[in-house]
Design a protein around this ligand. Structure first.
Ligand code: HEM
Length: 162
């Protein structure tokens, strides 16, 4: 198989790098917004009766920012290992990762907008769906990287020697 990324592979690299950097930007802005709510001691966010909202929005910020980094890592992995994955699972991996990056933070955020005393709102239903998408994407990527690592290290070694 070719050692340079095919144009289809490059599309996925570009998609995850773009999506990752923009997600990181959006969720850093959410972090800055939370910081501002602290700065102005806004009761809507900080009162003890709104503890659920604070937890859910903190989780939205943290998961969104971290998933942005995971997308960047996925894009760089696809670029570093052009054969990834050898079994045609790239569309599934990519879609599952993008879905997780939207559903997890959106679910946390929505469940903090309207909530019921100590319980998060209905948006929390999106979170397990997002978690399942993330588990699928990460499992398939981990398996593909493992399957390739022997062959691609050998290829790198051959290129160095050759
Ligand atoms: C890659 C970048 C970032 C990551 C991975 C990240 C991750 C996290 C995590 C894991 C927490 C939860 C901490 C805890 O509750 O123990 C958190 C909370 C927080 N982050 Fe970030 N963060 C990032 C950038 C930022 C930035 C740039 C800002 C502000 C400009 C920010 C503002 C906050 C605030 C205000 C909280 C506390 C929210 C609260 O408890 O009310 N974060 N972040």
């Amino acid at each position: 198989m070719s050692a340079t990324p095919s144009s289809r592979q490059s599309d996925y690299v570009g998609r995850h790098l773009r999506f990752g950097w923009w997600s990181l930007f959006v969720f850093l802005l959410l972090g800055a917004t939370l910081e501002t709510l602290h700065g102005f001691k806004v009761g809507f966010y900080l009162d003890a009766s709104n503890e659920t909202r604070r937890l859910m929005w903190t989780l939205a910020h943290a998961h969104g920012a971290l998933l942005g980094l995971v997308n960047i890592a996925a894009g760089l992995s696809m670029r570093a290992l052009p054969e990834l994955p050898g079994d045609g699972r790239l569309p599934l991996i990519s879609t599952a990762l993008l879905a997780a990056t939207v559903l997890l933070p959106a679910g946390f955020f929505a469940s903090g907008v309207v909530f019921y005393s100590g319980d998060p709102g209905v948006g929390i239903a999106l979170v397990p769906v997002g978690a399942a998408c993330l588990a699928i994407a990460v499992f398939l990527l981990a398996r593909a990287v493992t399957a390739l690592s022997g062959t691609s290290e050998g290829g790198t070694e051959r290129r160095r020697r050759g």
